[in-house]
Design a protein around this ligand. Structure first.
Ligand code: FAD
Length: 383
């Protein structure tokens, strides 16, 4: 069989790119026995497929590159594309668009639009080489060839549903530079100084986390291994090493709390007792009225508003929703997603050095970059 394009990976990006090339001879290679494994488990089984508020600021990556790609296929374009195919996404949590019932609905719509494509499942991609104008894809089921290849194999997160990192290896084999991949949208482990937090496992609090110049509001969940929850996951996108600062009382002025001079400071803090006790113990604060504290103690108590600590690391790829880093965008044309180094080689999705925060931004990126790549493939010669 002669193919126009081989798509590597039947995830969000690979499916959308294939769906966007009707009438072309497209082969999709996938190691899983079925497509869209990550879509199926995403967003609590309902897939948060995009966000009402979409901006390049929601992404870690080269701003101009992200903007150029999103402009070509944004959240409105995605919603319209889905509605034309009978899927009516539902707005939840203020600005996040989800599948109405189940993520399977999205997989079905994507697959339905891929009727022209051929799928080879249970097929492990091992490597790609180029000879003359053709690419040869080596797999566990033999070799396939085409004049164009789209690398849509995602990152390293959640190997349990198919991630392998082969896309990074292919990019490097073709001379592309990688921004070092790291786990992101992931819980953070703690240094011994923060061991007190581990005793709070199971407790969740609304907080504001400062990381670099960003401030992220949301819930922090204390876990056995460290800290997690939406605010921490989002913070992990912007954190590499060094300190984060947590405000455990966002919107509350500390000075206004301790109005009753007779009551202990502890009893006037509007946070769960379990947390307050652990915090006082960790910071060696006495259970006395605020006014009875000395200046050093008051200073330590004020850390409720600005507790700075350096996480030890992350919960790792097995628990990370995404992989940040990836193929350097300086070497990809944002108008086509084609490699600037190798003609006929295209990239889309998480394999590229663009990573969004929580809220549907990563699927939007996968879909936007896939549509741009499909158009790029179509526009390029020989298809
Ligand atoms: C638990 C979880 C929940 C998530 N929830 C959301 C959410 O609600 N909203 C959101 O925007 N994002 C969410 N994400 C992130 C989102 O799933 C990814 O950003 C998105 O799937 C990336 O799309 P992709 O097509 O680039 O990669 P993937 O969807 O990972 O697809 C890559 C495909 O390539 C295949 N592949 C990899 N290596 C090989 C190989 N060697 N041979 C053959 N095939 C291979 C994989 O099996 C996979 O099917 C979530 C992620 C996880 C893990």
């Amino acid at each position: 069989m002669v193919y126009d394009l081989v798509v590597l990976g039947a995830g969000a990006a690979g499916l959308m790119a294939s769906a966007s090339l009707p009438g072309k001879k497209v082969l999709v290679l996938e190691r899983n026995p079925r497509p869209g494994a990550k879509i199926a488990i995403s967003g609590g089984g309902r897939c948060n497929l995009t966000n009402q508020n979409l901006s390049p600021d929601d992404y870690l990556g080269e701003r101009a590159f992200v903007e150029a790609v999103l402009r070509r296929f944004d959240n409105d374009a995605l919603l319209a594309w889905l509605r034309r195919r009978g899927l009516e996404p539902v707005l939840r949590k203020e600005n996040q668009w989800f599948c109405p019932e189940s993520a399977k609905e999205l997989v079905d719509v994507l697959l339905g639009a891929c009727a022209h494509a051929e799928f080879a499942y249970d097929t492990e991609i091992l490597g790609v080489r180029k000879e003359g104008d053709r690419f040869f894809i080596e797999t566990s089921r033999g070799e396939f060839s085409a004049p164009k290849v789209l690398v849509a194999t995602g990152g390293l997160s959640y190997a349990s549903v198919g991630a392998t990192g082969i896309g990074f290896a292919i990019a490097e084999d073709f001379g592309h530079a990688l921004v070092p991949p790291r786990p992101a949208l992931v819980g953070l482990t703690l240094q011994p100084a923060e061991a007190w937090m581990k005793a709070l496992a199971g407790l969740s609090l609304p907080v504001a986390i400062r990381v670099g110049r960003r401030e992220i509001e949301g819930d922090l969940l204390f876990a056995h291994k460290g800290v997690s929850g939406p605010a921490v996951l989002d913070a992990s996108l912007w954190w590499n090493r060094g300190k984060l600062t947590v405000d455990f009382l966002p919107g509350v002025r500390l000075a206004r709390l301790f109005k009753n001079p007779k009551k202990s400071a502890m009893s006037q803090i509007p946070l769960p007792r379990r947390f307050v006790r652990a915090f006082f113990e960790a910071l060696k604060l006495p259970n006395v009225p605020y006014h009875a504290m000395d200046e050093v103690q008051k200073q330590r108590l004020s850390l409720l508003k600005s507790y700075a600590f350096a996480p030890a690391g992350t919960f790792g790829y097995a628990r990370a929703e995404v992989t940040k880093g990836g193929v350097n965008t300086a070497e990809i044309d944002p108008a086509t997603m084609q490699s600037r180094l190798v003609k006929g080689l295209f990239f889309a999705g998480e394999v590229v050095d663009v990573t969004g925060g929580l809220g549907g931004y990563n699927f939007q990126w996968a879909f936007s970059s896939a549509v741009v790549a499909a158009k790029g493939c179509e526009g390029a010669a020989a298809l």
